[in-house]
Design a protein around this ligand. Structure first.
Ligand code: GLU
Ligand code: ZN
Length: 299
């Protein structure tokens, strides 16, 4: 019998509030992609950015997923329990002279000449400087002018020259918080994730993550960036745009709506079906192809 390649996917919400339609949309896409391949679907709580965490939000997210029938495999993985591991890997990169301290403040960076002041491009000011002992600093990774490319399962070939597009990016913030880019690479590796399904708003982060995987000599998972849900003005549904928490009283209606937004054409007879039955139908019929090249969808 041919051995089926194992599929391990994950959903990694940040506990900054309850799940809204946009976050549940991504969760459902990842769940269906994993389950349609008899794969595992893991749950990770991205709770490192403590100033943004909302008390109780992680538990609310778990409950919401349960109510919607999006059952994950294994134990929940909390980033906040892994701090020592992130530091150990960061030390490895330090020992290989891949990272350096940066004492620049946001204000200093915003005063750079126009050409250098493009948002999110760090021009390497501290690369060859010795940071004064004890000065508060971020840690940045040295990027280079190599092109990082990957074939996204929906968005096609994505390429970026990191040095030009982002410059040396932050792995540990000045407030001592491990940056998302580093944590996610370590977690995906530790959890043996083979496929990442997430929103297209993170497309810009993926080359950074692949670069870190290369530095650490870890294999890259496959990537599928699904469209994000946007409001009529084109803004991503998020807590910042006051997206409402999903209605927990009518999970089947929400799932039906989300399946339509995932362009799965659920049959009208299933409109009143329980969420579990809808999910069963969706697993058997899942086809992400209609989402190809779409970066955003408006409900
Ligand atoms: N925690 C991230 C977010 O909520 C997602 C991380 C990921 O999927 O890589 O946007
Ligand atoms: Zn600097």
């Amino acid at each position: 019998m041919p051995v089926k390649q194992t599929y391990i996917g994950r959903f990694a919400p940040s506990p900054t509030g309850p799940l809204h339609l946009g976050s549940l949309y991504t969760a459902l896409a990842g769940f269906l992609q994993a389950r349609s391949q008899q794969g595992q679907w893991l749950l990770r709580i991205d709770d490192l950015d403590t100033p943004r965490n909302i008390k109780g939000a992680a538990d609310t997210i778990l409950k919401t997923l349960e109510i919607f029938g999006l059952h994950w495999d294994g134990n929940v993985y909390y980033q906040s329990h892994k701090r020592e591991e992130y530091e150990a890997i960061l030390n490895e990169l330090k020992n290989n002279e891949r990272v350096y301290p940066c004492t620049c403040s946001r204000k200093e960076l915003s005063h750079l000449p126009a050409k250098q002041a493009l948002p999110d491009i760090y021009p390497g000011i501290c690369r060859d400087k010795q940071a004064p002992a004890g000065a508060p600093h971020a840690l940045r990774v040295k990027t280079d002018h190599c092109i990082i490319s990957f074939q996204d399962d929906l968005q096609g070939l994505i390429s970026a020259n990191l040095a030009e597009r982002h410059g040396d990016f932050i792995l540990k913030r000045k407030d001592r918080i491990i940056a998302y880019q580093l944590a996610v690479v370590i977690d995906d590796h530790r959890q043996n994730i083979t496929h990442v399904v997430r929103g297209s708003d993170l497309l810009d982060s993926t080359p950074k993550q692949i670069f870190l995987q290369q530095q650490l000599e870890w294999p890259a998972p496959g990537y599928m960036h699904v469209p994000i849900l946007v409001d009529r003005q084109g803004y991503k549904l998020s807590k910042q745009t006051f997206a409402q928490a999903v209605d927990l009283k009518t999970p089947h209606q929400v799932i039906f709506q989300l399946l339509s937004l995932l362009k799965q054409k659920p049959p009208a007879e299933l409109q009143q079906a329980p969420a579990a039955e809808l999910l069963g139908w969706a697993q058997n019929h899942w086809n992400p192809a209609p989402l190809k090249n779409l970066r955003a969808i408006s409900p």
